[in-house]
Write a protein that binds this ligand. Structure first.
Ligand code: TRP
Length: 341
């Protein structure tokens, strides 16, 4: 049986690009559910730091290094079960970029021309009256090929992503199909898992919390700064005692993402009764701080011990390579570039 097909167990895989500092929106939307599912032993899971992807949008080495450290420490501090999942750094698995090359040689350029991220960059240039290729690297253009390699390398079947990534999964399937058609049945077809129930957190200004809007609350701010950030969340001018609309308030939306259903109902009642904004924010700070404070202490001590993080990542890479090295050999043989004897 082909290595890649070695089991028909579901395999989950997800990558996190190492360019930023995790914020509350990342926590609620992606990290918290992923850490919870890392404890599920019913399927195989791969979680990785997509540092090769980071180079596509960030050419500041210190930022990539810092982000890699912070993201790894965040996941570990929050209790990612590294015995049950494979947690690794993409660049520690050299088979991935090698597979990206094999896939590049079956990927239609016309397909890549249609990738949203690339098309948006071209459109922006045209709108500004510039050369359509201005500032566009081959890395950006072939981003979907590297992402397909991440996924197909481990024969993932389920890939939790945001809506913006669905097209990349379609492209990965397209490459997998072409490869299988030419060289034999090596890859399973991956599917995007888009969870519509997952909370999308509002940021300080009420828009979706996102690094690109500059409206985030970093996840592991020291307590004082967390309080300060929460105090900056946008409110209206309603006075204490005046009823407030919970459903349009980012204070309430963030509350809801951390509270139990009973606490949410209680806060809704307080809004309708006219809770003062200062009081609502004080309670929000206490709730968020309580959920995060133990993990924050672990995060801080992990950041002071990069050697420990590094050893966990290396063990993860070893586990990943136990699969990727023989699988890549199989694929190389299939395309005709293996040893002659
Ligand atoms: N492109 C993803 C993002 O920007 C990150 C990523 C890289 C990824 N490789 C992946 C996600 C493989 C899932 C599977 O969010």
């Amino acid at each position: 049986m082909a290595q890649g097909q070695a089991s028909n167990r579901e395999t989950y895989l997800t990558g996190i690009t190492t360019t930023g500092t995790p914020h509350l929106g990342n926590y609620v939307g992606a990290i918290r559910p992923a850490v919870a599912s890392s404890r599920n032993t019913g399927y195989r899971s791969y979680y990785f730091l997509a540092d090769l992807h980071a180079l596509i949008k960030c050419q500041d080495p210190e930022q990539v290094r810092r982000s890699t450290r912070e993201i790894a420490a965040t996941w570990l501090a929050l209790g990612l079960d590294v015995d049950n999942v494979v947690f690794y750094r993409q660049s520690d698995v050299p088979e991935i970029p090698q597979l990206a090359w094999l896939l590049s040689c079956v990927a239609a350029k016309g397909l890549m021309n249609r990738a949203h991220a690339y098309k948006d960059a071209v459109q922006k240039n045209l709108d500004e009256g510039e050369d359509p290729d201005r500032g566009i690297t081959m890395g950006l253009f072939s981003y979907p090929v590297l992402m397909a390699a991440d996924i197909l390398m481990f024969n993932a079947t389920r890939v939790p992503v945001g809506r913006d990534q669905i097209q990349h999964l379609e492209m990965a399937r397209d490459m997998a199909q072409r490869f299988n058609h030419l060289f034999g049945d090596h890859f399973r077809m991956p599917e995007a898992v888009v969870d519509d129930n997952v909370a999308v957190l509002q940021g300080l200004d009420g828009r979706k919390m996102s690094k690109s809007y500059g409206n985030t609350i970093p996840l592991f701010l020291p307590e004082k700064k967390l309080r300060k950030h929460i105090n900056k969340i946008k409110t209206n001018l309603l006075e204490p005692g005046e009823p407030k609309d919970p459903d349009t308030s980012p204070v309430f939306q963030i509350w809801r993402a951390f509270a139990t259903p009973a606490q949410t109902e209680e806060m809704r009642r307080q809004f309708l009764e006219g809770i003062a904004w200062g009081e609502a924010k004080k309670q929000l700070f206490e709730l968020v701080n309580e959920e995060l404070s133990e993990a924050r202490a672990r995060y801080e001590s992990l950041l002071e011990d990069p050697g420990h993080i590094e050893s966990i990542l290396r063990q993860g890479a070893e586990k990943a390579r136990a699969h990727s090295a023989p699988f890549l050999d199989q694929l190389k043989k299939a395309v005709g570039i293996s040893s002659l004897i």
